[in-house]
Write a protein that binds this ligand. Structure first.
Ligand SMILES: *Cc1c(COP(=O)(O)O)cnc(C)c1O
Length: 380
């Protein structure tokens, strides 16, 4: 079955008890034992829950992987991926990274003795140069937040595997509709399912998908031991979100491409970053390793913070908020929001300026979105 069909059907059989076509919200903690030492298919909802199981299986299918795990947030999924490391291990990381991931690395896992080395993700050789005998993991985010640099997944996979390191890819920005890293050799895919997977800005959730069974068992052990699981209702909302993932992503992308081209032609913004533009330095790589370009468009305004304030005050349809990947269009100011935890020096180093704004393009009418941007740019 193809993607759009699996998005609706994978992991979901009519409920054996009632015939319900929609997987019910199994809002229960316990499942009755059949006798001493004879559990039912499920025992306790931290360990496994039928609604979560269906969501996990659907996610695995869409990522073309064997095993899925659903978490209470993207950060919980990222934390679980790191749990396979030991003190003294080193992780080589592409430096353009979601701010919360950077914070988890630096403030939680570094004090526990894991070392992180940050490299320019656009240069595969930079990963090779940073690898040491202690390197156990390579971490990439592609396209990256918020400047939309790409990592050459196949090239970096080869470098990581030569060292025997596990390659982790944060696939949040592309969603499995536009990119399936496991098919390119990646070992662990992580998601903030809060974004495109759930898709309606009403759930915080995370996911991991892997192919390797021993690796899955380690991660599932950690998930159960720590307990940061997606609840039954959130899993149900995730399943509901996935059903429209294919149509949403097509519309998100159509809008984003139109807006990016309009911004370029308009000329008032200083820089427009979108992998779907021929001017994007990695446009060709995007064409090769992705099935589309996604819907995050980053713009740089002339005039710093004051211009940013006037621009945001002028918006009506775009809402000023942190997140991305929902049906409504949002604008975020990475300098003070998603990357607020990062030092000024590090922001400068990776190219996040005061005037940088990240647009998460929704699925509203593109003419309305363009009119909104036009009005706001007039105030800058
Ligand atoms: C939002 C986000 C996360 C964190 O996910 P939460 O669901 O907010 O915990 C991680 N990575 C990327 C790329 C994100 O955009």
């Amino acid at each position: 079955m193809n993607f759009a069909t699996r998005a609706i059907r994978a992991g979901q059989q009519p409920d054996p008890a009632t015939g319900s076509i929609i997987v019910p919200i199994y809002q229960t903690v316990n499942f009755v034992f059949q006798g001493v030492g004879k559990p039912s298919a499920f025992e306790y909802s931290r360990s496994a829950n039928p609604t979560r199981r269906a969501f996990e299986q659907c996610l695995a299918s869409l990522e073309e992987g064997q095993y899925g795990l659903a978490f209470s947030s993207g950060m919980a999924a990222i934390d679980a991926a790191l749990s396979i490391l030991k003190p003294g291990d080193q992780v080589v990381v592409s430096e353009n990274l979601y701010g919360g991931t950077y914070r988890l690395f630096e403030s939680v896992w570094k004090p526990r003795g894991v070392q992180f080395s940050y490299v320019d993700g656009t240069r595969p050789s930079a990963f090779a140069e940073a690898i040491r005998p202690a390197t156990r993991m390579v971490w990439i985010e592609t396209p990256a937040n918020p400047l939309l640099q790409l990592v050459d997944v196949r090239a970096v996979t080869a470098i990581a595997h030569k060292q025997g390191a596990v390659l982790v890819a944060d696939n949040t920005f592309a969603s499995p509709f536009f990119q399936r890293p496991l098919t390119q050799g990646v070992d662990i895919v992580v998601h903030s399912a809060t974004k495109y997977i759930c898709g309606h800005s009403d759930v915080v959730a995370g996911a991991i998908v892997v192919n390797d069974q021993p690796l899955f068992e380690k991660l599932a052990f950690y998930q159960n031991a720590v307990g940061a699981v997606a609840g039954p209702f959130d899993s149900w909302l995730g399943l509901r979100g996935l059903k429209t993932l294919a149509v949403r992503m097509k519309q998100h992308e159509r809008n984003a491409q139109r807006i990016a081209e309009w911004l370029v032609a308009d000329g008032r913004a200083a820089g427009i970053l979108y992998p779907g533009l021929a001017s994007h330095p990695q446009h060709e790589l995007a064409r090769v390793q992705m099935d589309g370009f996604g819907a995050i468009v980053t713009v740089r305004l002339r005039g710093g913070l004051a211009a940013v304030e006037r621009f945001i005050d002028g918006l009506e349809v775009f809402l000023f908020a942190e997140s991305l990947g929902g049906v409504e269009s949002l604008v975020c100011h990475p300098w003070t929001m998603s990357h607020g935890a990062m030092s000024k020096q590090d922001k400068d180093k990776i190219g996040i300026t005061e005037g940088t704004l990240r647009l998460s393009i929704g699925i509203e009418d593109a003419d309305d979105l363009i009119a909104d941007l036009d009005k706001a740019l007039a105030r800058v």
